[in-house]
Design a protein around this ligand. Structure first.
Ligand code: ADP
Ligand code: NI
Length: 223
């Protein structure tokens, strides 16, 4: 099987696995990350085969939905690639990228030395920003039963993957605990550039959200 067939088979496999998923990790999330990662990867000169496979397989067994098992994702991806006889070096790179990909807290640094991994992490994070990011965040919050917002519950900076995973604060807090921090954690120049407008749009959304939360006549005059 040549590389393009491996990519095609993998895309079909992931689409079948994630169709109808409702936490924001659905097939269309994967599809967007895949296409964005290709754009960034080409601009940055990353290994395209590794970028495509890591993007396609990065969310098939998320630790947040597997009792915090950080190995569930890399394991499922590795088994799939081995079943297609992909060479061990590529399997090792793809599974290592998936292992390190997810955000684990405001005060937990990223560890992503491989360029292909930096590209996929930037692409995945871009999909958490902007209009799509806002939609996904509230979809996820609703799925796990979080409140939209509660002024009595402050946002927190998590310093471990476990603390981050166990957070059950209101969804608005997630903007301060993760989403607004992502722009400055982009690895590639291309990703950083693509993050700018999406970041600005979220800030605009939050300004409007709080203006509506605390209505004053001033809001009336300024609109
Ligand atoms: P990553 O790809 O960095 O692992 P996640 O899988 O954590 O990202 O997040 C997937 C989507 O779910 C993102 O849009 C993210 O912002 C959203 N999400 C994750 N945790 C929360 C949360 N506690 N509240 C609201 N949205 C969340
Ligand atoms: Ni993702």
């Amino acid at each position: 099987m040549d590389q393009s067939q491996v990519v095609e088979r993998t895309a079909e496999h992931v689409q079948a696995l994630l169709a109808g998923e409702s936490t924001g990790h659905d097939w269309w999330h994967i599809h967007r990350v895949w296409k964005t990662a290709l754009v960034i990867g080409q601009a940055e000169g990353a290994n395209e085969f590794v970028v495509e496979l890591a993007a396609l397989l990065h969310d098939i067994a998320d630790w947040k939905f597997h009792d915090g098992d950080l190995e569930a994702g890399p394991r499922a991806a590795g088994l799939w690639l081995e079943s297609l006889n992909v060479e061990p070096q590529t399997v090792a790179e793809v599974t290592e990228i998936i292992r390190q990909l997810s955000f684990k807290g405001a005060d937990v640094p990223d560890h992503m030395p491989m360029l292909a991994g930096q590209v996929v992490q930037d692409a995945d994070r871009l999909d958490a920003l902007g209009a799509i990011g806002i939609a996904r965040t509230f979809a996820y919050g609703g799925h796990v039963g979080q409140a939209i917002y509660d002024p009595a519950i402050p946002a927190v900076r998590h310093d471990s993957a476990e603390a981050y995973r166990n957070a059950a604060g209101p969804t608005i807090n997630h903007f301060y605990e993760k989403l607004l921090l992502l722009k400055d954690r982009m690895h590639t120049a291309t990703g950083r550039q693509m993050a700018e407008r999406r970041h600005a749009f979220m800030e605009q959304f939050l300004t409007q959200f709080f203006a509506e939360w605390n209505p004053t006549t001033q809001n009336l005059e300024s609109t």
